[in-house]
Design a protein around this ligand. Structure first.
Ligand code: IPE
Ligand code: IPE
Ligand code: MG
Length: 245
């Protein structure tokens, strides 16, 4: 193997270590078909299944998906309830099929606002999938980038007040370890289907140097081919990180 670390390759191109996706466009997908918005969320959940399996097959190590934001509570009670019910059903199936899929699950976000049942399912999914070494899926659930940063700042302030550290001890590494994503490398590529050109509060800290890929394709229509297009676009970029290469 020589001195070089083996890069994950599919066909003849490298695959990033961590891809993050804003799963957007479910509502518009449904509206275009004269269906209720919840029908779009159902198909969107299936799309996630397909993409997670595909991600595993190409050797991706981390896949973060924006599932429900801290701002999504602004939607109608009917839609929020439908999304939560779908999530409960989805997590139950995920726990059932865990051994077959060999995917590791993590949850980023404030789960305390979710139903006790959903919290319990998330706990079981995370706990029992720790043993798998396939792709790690990070479900960003009741997640907001700003809320995450505030939470980390509060934790650090508490540690200082308790005499465990001093303000000078705060570095980017220390702060990163206070995020939900502690221990997970930053995403190299953030994909947003659905046509909007914004982050909507997704992984603000972690995406400082991410490459963005936007597409008009709505999430329920986003297949492996679209993911390949995003990876190809990423592979064609010159990442300078502020340097002058
Ligand atoms: C993303 O799709 C799913 C969630 C935010 C829960 P949307 O529901 O935002 O779909 P559009 O953007 O209205 O089409
Ligand atoms: C971002 O999509 C959140 C998720 C996909 C979970 P939104 O549809 O909520 O974002 P905005 O409202 O277009 O900014
Ligand atoms: Mg949307």
């Amino acid at each position: 193997m020589g001195l070089f670390k083996k890069k994950t390759m599919t066909a003849d191109r490298p695959v990033p270590t961590h891809i993050a996706i804003v799963m957007d466009g479910n509502g518009r997908w449904a509206k275009k078909r004269g269906l209720p918005r919840t029908a779009g969320h159902k198909v969107g959940a299936e799309t996630f299944r397909t993409i997670a399996n595909y991600a595993k097959s190409i050797g991706l190590k981390y896949l973060s998906v924006y599932t429900f934001s801290t701002e999504n509570w602004k939607r109608s009670e009917e839609e929020v309830n439908a999304i939560m019910e779908l999530l409960e059903k989805y997590l139950r199936e995920l726990i059932r099929d865990m051994d077959k899929n060999q995917v590791r699950f993590c949850f980023f976000g404030d789960l305390s606002r979710l139903s006790p049942q959903l919290q319990e399912e998330a706990r079981i999914a995370a706990e029992e999938s720790k043993k798998y070494s396939g792709v790690q899926v990070n479900f960003c659930l009741n997640y907001g980038g700003r809320a995450e940063i505030i939470r980390a700042a509060q934790q650090f302030a508490r540690d200082c007040a308790d005499g465990k550290c001093t303000p000078e001890a705060l570095t980017e590494e220390v702060f990163s370890d206070l995020m939900y994503s502690a221990g997970v490398p930053d995403p190299e590529l953030v994909i947003r289907p659905g046509g909007e050109l914004r982050t909507s509060n997704f992984l603000l800290w972690q995406s400082a140097y991410a490459e963005y890929y936007f597409t008009d394709v709505l999430w329920p229509d986003f297949g492996p081919k679209e993911l390949e297009k995003a990876i190809a676009s990423y592979n064609g970029r010159n990442r300078r990180f502020g340097g002058a290469k």
